[in-house]
Design a protein around this ligand. Structure first.
Ligand SMILES: N[C@@H](CCC(=O)N[C@@H](CS)C(=O)NCC(=O)O)C(=O)O
Length: 214
């Protein structure tokens, strides 16, 4: 049995959940918060990050590693193209979404979402410069035709659906404008389009329920 551990308010948890749902795999969910010191959690996720997945074969952390495992183990329906180069282009886009956009924007979350003190002018300017550069780079790679990597739903959509809104909201909160939209990345229309899928509707409903509860 597959068990996804973490929280439905986590973007990376939802990235994996979307993939599990798209593949139609049976799975359980287990609520685990961040910063756990529980040995059983650290044995699977040594940095105590969520999500992590437990399987009959053992546990795995890191959302992209989990997606790659699911793809190899349960290839149907595919979340990567069969062609090696096309598959590499999808992985390239995931790297830009997770590591160049979301992690960069994450520097804003404390001030944007969690009531932390506003960023210093210097830090705000430094992060903005990085974000402007990374958003322009992402825009060169992203297709949105209509899926983020082209004409088919892929694992890049699992990342984009969960990460783009956060980048938009955090930049709007800190800089007064959504830097993705300002750069011409219409993530709202894209999220609405992906949001028509049953998988995305389940993720959004569970996130809403968890947010309302907490
Ligand atoms: N690269 C990791 C990122 C996971 C991650 O940063 N998760 C957040 C929650 S969305 C977390 O656990 N934060 C707490 C921490 O980093 O200590 C992945 O793709 O799974």
């Amino acid at each position: 049995m597959l068990t996804l551990h973490g929280s439905p308010i986590s973007n990376y948890y939802n990235k994996v959940k979307l993939a599990l749902l798209e593949k139609g795999l049976p799975f359980q969910e287990n609520a685990v918060g961040t910063k756990s010191t529980d040995e059983a959690v650290l044995a699977v996720s040594p940095l105590a990050k969520i999500p992590f997945l437990t399987t009959d074969e053992g546990g795995l952390c890191e959302s992209q590693v989990i997606l790659e495992y699911l793809e190899a183990k349960y290839p149907q329906p595919p979340l990567l193209p069969a062609d090696a180069f096309a598959a590499a282009k999808v992985r390239e886009l995931v790297t830009f979404l997770d590591w160049h956009l979301e992690i960069c924007a994450r520097q804003l979350y404390g001030a944007a979402f969690f009531g932390a003190a506003p960023l210093s002018e210097g830090n705000a300017a430094r992060i903005r410069k990085e974000l402007d550069k990374h958003i322009a780079a992402f825009k060169r790679l992203a297709k949105f035709s209509p899926f983020v990597a082209g004409d088919t739903f892929t694992m890049a959509d699992c990342s984009a659906y969960c990460n783009l809104p956060l980048v938009g909201m955090a930049t709007k909160a800190v800089y007064g404008e959504d830097l993705l939209t300002a750069a011409g990345v219409d993530h709202r229309a894209y999220v609405k389009f992906i949001g028509e899928r049953a998988s995305a509707q389940r993720v959004a409903a569970d996130r809403k329920a968890a947010t309302t509860k907490g």
